[in-house]
Design a protein around this ligand. Sequence first.
Ligand code: 5GP
Ligand code: ZN
Length: 140
Amino acid sequence: MDNGCIFCQIVAGTAPAAKVFEDDQTLAFLDINPINPGHCLVIPKTHHENLFTMDRHTYQAVASTTLLIAQAIQQSLQPAGMNIFQANGEEAGQTVFHLHNHILPRLENDNLRVEVHGMQTAKPDQLLSIAATIQTAVQS
Ligand code: 5GP
Ligand code: ZN
């Protein structure tokens, strides 16, 4: 398939990549601009722009391969730590619009700051209100 998507081209074999693993639904390969050695991307073989257009079955396959490769990187390269990162939309920093999980090995003093919490504790009522809104939207 040539839809102009570089990751679809890697799946099809028409663009090169340092492949790490593949099965029928997923592919893992090294990021071309690694933050640290072993920086790896895990993608579904079918084109999905982001999480919002994706079914749970396909994402479960991506999550399963992410776990497999994260453990293999930890065992083989023995980084000091590891982040799993995934961006949806330009505002979230997404630059390639084919869903991918980053497996990001961390080194001591690599100066990458990943902060996933704010500085202020929310009011309980605010949390309960937002939780209720999300609960209503959850599809089983
Ligand atoms: P995003 O910014 O969308 O979360 O991540 C996209 C990632 O894809 C970037 O880290 C970038 O280095 C990587 N990337 C972009 N083009 C290619 C490519 O052609 N080959 C590989 N292996 N990685 C790519
Ligand atoms: Zn694609």
